[in-house]
Design a protein around this ligand. Structure first.
Ligand SMILES: C[S@@+](CC[C@H](N)C(=O)[O-])C[C@H]1O[C@@H](n2cnc3c(N)ncnc32)[C@H](O)[C@@H]1O
Length: 259
């Protein structure tokens, strides 16, 4: 007789500080038969590090290693086909455990349905298996909390922009919003800096690297002397004190945090 199908849990781990894990996430980690996580080959993965203290020693681990990360342009046909095959194979590997009746927790740094790779498994499996998504503290929320600078208030509009966008699109979107969060900074930082300068918002921008992690760094972007940024970096453009035509210097607001 075949086993009753197991459960799929997409689990948000928060941005880095293990204390930002939810109580529900901790409970599901303790109950999991299988813990799957996406990672770059040769690297345990940030999400796996965040939850390490909550994993049972006997849990089955299912690392899902990306075949490519930044070596090939994301719009190149080779990248698109390699990554789509990879998500198909990953879904199949998870499905095998679900069919054997196991509860599979898929780790997702931050929140699973917010730019998270988990969603590629979710769309392939959630209509066939019992599924739950456990929300997590997003990187942007962890980062703006760490700076202590309010991001939006009142009628402010917040735009979340991937730093991978073309410079003219970034500049256009930045000009048409009160506040912004720019994700996926890394090698896009010079372009992001130029786009912010073009629309007069560079002085307001705050750069946060490895937000909420032990080696976090926060600096006004205009004061950052280089354009070197790790994968885990974000740019915040607070809107709360901005009035049309006025340039707001956030550096005094965050002076204590940086000191
Ligand atoms: C694929 S997205 C994942 C977002 C995540 N699911 C969330 O809820 O925030 C990865 C991007 O999130 C940002 N990010 C994630 N964790 C971060 C952290 N601890 N500090 C700064 N940026 C972070 C970076 O911009 C990174 O390139």
């Amino acid at each position: 007789m075949s086993a009753a199908p197991g459960r799929l849990i997409g689990l948000g781990t928060g941005p880095g500080d293990p204390e930002l894990l939810t109580l529900k996430a901790a409970r599901y980690l303790a109950e999991a038969d299988v813990i799957a996580n996406f990672a770059k080959r040769g690297n345990a993965g940030n999400a796996r590090k965040i939850v390490a203290g909550h994993m049972r020693p006997e849990v089955i681990e299912l690392p899902l290693y990306y075949p490519v990360t930044t070596e090939i342009d994301k719009d190149h046909g080779d990248y698109v086909s390699a990554i789509s095959d990879f998500y198909e194979e990953s879904a199949k590997a998870v499905e095998d455990h679900l069919l054997a009746g196991r509860t599979v927790v898929v780790l997702s740094e931050g929140d699973p349905l917010f730019y998270g790779s988990y969603m590629h498994l979710h769309v392939r499996l959630s209509h066939r298996f019992s599924t739950e998504v456990v929300p997590g503290v997003t990187a942007m929320s962890g980062c703006w909390s760490a700076t202590g600078v309010p991001i939006v208030q009142g009628d402010d509009i917040l735009s979340v922009l991937p730093g991978t966008l073309a410079e003219d699109i970034l500049a256009h979107r930045l000009s048409d919003t009160d506040a912004a969060v720019i994700m996926k900074v890394g090698r896009n930082l010079p372009k992001i800096r130029r786009a912010l300068a073009q629309v007069g918002k560079l002085e307001r921008a705050i750069y946060v690297e490895r937000g909420t992690m032990e080696n976090m760094a926060i600096t006004p972007l205009a004061a950052k002397p280089d354009d070197i940024a790790p994968y885990f970096s974000i740019v915040l453009v607070p809107g709360w004190a901005a009035k049309p035509g006025e340039s707001v210097d956030t550096s005094s607001q965050m002076a204590e945090v940086v000191a």
